[in-house]
Design a binder for this molecule. Structure first.
Ligand code: SF4
Ligand code: SF4
Length: 472
């Protein structure tokens, strides 16, 4: 029985409800009257139900699809403006006791090098990341109670926040570790993490159990209910995601939105972010072994429909995607990207030796952070290194209410300009610096409030004089 308020995975991600949704979407994919009414509702920017969004995803009327893309672009502009928040992943350990068949870290992979960073190595990696200009990290680790217990993760977080190299600092650590207990989530909250991210991989229970044949992750309910435990542990910013390619994308899309509806219904706070990774090749992994791969067009449509369905939720794409694909989805709704990433354990401080392969997946976009920043600027996007919200206590429902009213823009845009100025002063190449300064001059007049504009102008001057860490 479908019940978004239930605390049981199989009731808030009800399989029959997903199937009925898919049938409804299929039956209505040419229904112009219904699609028009859904688009009219979407234009109110209050979001859509999973059923409504599924109809838009299935819609194959060309003219209506163009309206869907245009609306996604408009909503992106209204809620996020032209800023794109930057982050980098930091892999701490690839020890893992799970058997996920799509990930090279699975327990049975005997030929991958197993590695776990010491605290000294964490500090070195963070120094290298700071030297690139990063301020926001997403830490990643396999599930292994012996090698990667929660105490290890907490030590790493402490180390990361403690490193202050030149003008550098990591100001926000997002955490992507296995589903855990309320008690452990509470410890992560106390360690002042930003968002807790956990990819569902697939919401289809039967496939989930086959794709996760062994290890604690095999337990579908425990994994799917993790966000509720995280919220109970006090973490009010959580990030959802599925790994597209494992199951039918239409199924994942509907279920992902049902998960968002569940969080709203129970905790009154929807997901802070949604990630949209696609399966990639890696050691021991061939993506063609999975039949449900999606092409760039469908990927773009998924991004556009998520943008319309949950306007207030940030959307993340990683360097799994190529430059061309990232270019396409930036306009359609993505608000956060990684840059200059290494998906190996270690590798920022010193490139991995050839014989030591610890990557979780092949990176498609291999440009440096400076190149990514320049590329964004050249396309008219403001690269932002902002981490202000959680440091200002704007998390959970407080953050969501600012987001839903669109007021958050009054912080995001000025913060993007100030953190970009820091980046330009400390890390940018001369070409990026010139392009960035021109962008800041051009964007300053777009701050609507005279008071805020003059404050930002003043802060920019101070940044040029050597001060750091201004935020609204
Ligand atoms: Fe382990 Fe995560 Fe890889 Fe699964 S996806 S094998 S849990 S690191
Ligand atoms: Fe993100 Fe908040 Fe900064 Fe906006 S002000 S970019 S929402 S941290």
């Amino acid at each position: 029985m479908y019940n978004p308020k239930s605390m049981k995975a199989e009731e808030f991600i009800s399989h029959p409800e997903v199937l009925e949704t898919l049938a409804y979407a299929e039956a209505n994919k040419h229904n112009a009257v219904l699609i028009d009414s859904i688009l009219a509702k979407a234009k109110l920017r209050k979001g859509l139900t999973h059923r409504e969004a599924a109809v838009l995803l299935d819609c194959d009327l060309e003219e209506k699809n163009q309206e869907i893309y245009a609306l996604a672009r408009q909503i992106k502009q209204d809620y996020y403006g032209n800023r794109i928040v930057m982050f980098a992943p930091l892999y701490l350990s690839n020890y893992c006791v799970n058997g996920c068949v799509y990930c090279p870290y699975h327990l049975k992979n005997q030929h991958i090098t197993r590695k776990k960073l010491t605290q000294e190595e964490v500090a070195r990696e963070v120094t290298a990341l700071q030297d690139m200009g990063h301020k926001r990290l997403a830490i990643e680790a396999g599930e292994d109670p012996v090698n990667n217990p929660i105490e290890y993760i907490l030590d790493c977080i402490r180390t990361i926040y403690s490193v202050k190299h030149k003008n550098g600092a990591i100001r926000r650590v997002n955490v992507n570790i296995a589903a855990t207990t309320v008690e452990n989530y509470r410890k992560l909250k106390e360690a002042e993490i930003g968002t807790y991210i956990l990819f569902q991989e697939t919401y289809h229970k039967e496939s989930y159990e086959k794709l996760h044949p062994t290890g604690p992750k095999h337990d579908y309910a425990y994994h799917t209910e993790a966000m509720d435990r995280a919220m109970e542990g006090g973490i009010d910013d959580v990030g959802l995601g599925v790994l597209f390619g494992l199951e039918l994308y239409r199924y994942e899309f509907a279920a992902l939105l049902m998960h968002a509806e569940h969080l709203e219904a129970v905790h009154v706070v929807g997901p802070h972010t949604i990630s949209v990774p696609r399966i990639r090749s890696a050691d021991d992994i061939d993506p063609s072994a999975f039949d449900n791969g999606i092409d760039d067009d469908i990927f773009g449509k998924i991004v556009a429909c998520i943008r319309i369905a949950v306007p207030y939720t940030g959307m993340i794409v990683s360097t799994r995607e190529s430059q061309a694909c990232r270019e396409k989805v930036l306009g359609l709704g993505v608000s956060q990207i990684s840059g200059g990433s290494r998906t190996s354990v270690g590798g920022y401080w010193e490139e991995e030796p050839e014989e030591e392969k610890t990557e979780q997946f092949d990176v498609s976009d291999r440009r440096t952070l400076d190149e990514v920043v320049r590329w964004l600027i050249d396309m008219g996007h403001i690269p932002s290194f902002c981490t202000a919200c959680y440091r200002e206590g704007r998390t959970g429902d407080r953050f969501m209410s600012l987001c839903k009213s669109g007021q958050i823009q009054n912080c995001c845009h000025p913060n993007a300009l100030m953190t970009l100025e820091e980046y330009l002063m400390d890390y940018a190449s001369p070409g990026t610096q010139a392009a960035g300064q021109a962008m800041i001059r051009q964007e300053l007049p777009n701050i609507p409030s005279e008071k805020v504009r003059s404050l930002v102008r003043h802060n920019l001057e101070n940044i040029r004089l050597g001060q750091r860490d201004f935020r609204l």
